[in-house]
Design a binder for this molecule. Structure first.
Ligand code: F3S
Length: 283
């Protein structure tokens, strides 16, 4: 059987770096290790880390109750106030914010200090967006739809700095920027979209078009996995979404001919490997 496994399947660079950081800290730290929020949205990884003693801190207020240890910041990043609080509580801070997100923090901080109104094209409430907001010292607005962009009307003379959430759709970003540019504010636009998601989707599409069976691995609640599934299904009717290799035995598989495998952004490598092995042995 021929298996085509996507090179971009699973963790992107930033998530891999953050997960590796936690495992390294567990190895070398004698004090408790915490992550600020779950390090990734993958039950198996979070459970494995929990078994190694890693605890998840959900809110900034909880930091005050900790009596020492290391707090790791995940790839999404956090507002500046959280970093400050970790230090103020006498805890060690290990920042695993993805460097692409960190770059946006620096831009937001710098341009905000210069007096620009920061506009984040993204989904309000998303942890990454909340983090970026928290590096602005002046006005900041999140715009996620054309309507919001049209209604955005800061007072005349306002200067803008427009950035985007790393996972935002490029075409949507372009449309919103166009709307804002018509308003003729003095603005600088920085396309801070990360290409990892797009590359993963493009490769999945390409592989799905060449195979007889396509397997998409990822959490049932993972929106990027669902998106991958939809893309693959368009190219290959025989596409399946599974969470782990266990699901391979449950589903009515028609595993025939060439098989393609891809995985969502929070699927660890060992799960992808297990699926690959299982397909080779069982089908
Ligand atoms: Fe991943 Fe960092 Fe891009 S976390 S999706 S590599 S911005």
């Amino acid at each position: 059987m021929e298996i085509l496994r996507a090179k971009t399947a699973g963790f992107c660079f930033g998530v891999r770096r953050a997960v590796d950081t936690v495992y390294q800290q567990v190895e070398k730290s004698r004090e408790p290790v915490y992550t600020f929020g779950p390090i990734i949205h993958n039950e198996q990884v979070v459970a494995d880390l929990e078994a190694r003693g890693v605890q998840v801190v959900e809110r900034a207020e909880e930091l005050e109750k900790l009596s020492g240890g290391t707090v790791i910041i995940r790839s999404h990043g956090v507002p500046k106030s959280v970093c400050d609080k970790i230090h103020a509580c006498g805890l060690k801070c290990v920042d695993a914010t993805c460097p692409f997100v960190k770059k946006i923090h620096r831009i937001a901080e710098r341009e905000s200090q210069k007096g620009r109104h920061v506009v984040i094209i993204g989904n309000d409430g998303h942890p990454e967006v909340e983090g970026i907001k928290g590096w602005c010292s002046g006005p900041v607005t999140v715009l996620g739809t054309a309507r919001e962009a049209e209604e955005f009307a800061p007072k005349e003379g306002t200067t803008l700095c427009i950035v985007s959430q790393t996972t935002f759709n490029y075409n949507k970003f372009k449309d919103l920027v166009e709307i804002l540019e018509k308003k003729r504010y003095d603005s600088i636009v920085l396309n801070t979209i990360c290409s990892a998601t797009e590359e993963r989707q493009a490769e999945a599409r390409e592989i799905a078009a060449q195979v007889d069976t396509m397997i998409v691995i990822g959490g049932s609640h993972s929106s990027n996995t669902r998106k991958l599934y939809e893309i693959c299904k368009q190219e290959c009717e025989n596409t399946y979404h599974i969470q782990t290799s266990v699901d391979l035995d449950k589903k009515p598989f028609q595993c025939i001919g060439r098989v393609g495998i891809t995985a969502g952004a929070s699927t660890p490598n060992n799960i992808i490997e297990e699926v690959q092995k299982h397909v080779r042995v069982e089908f």
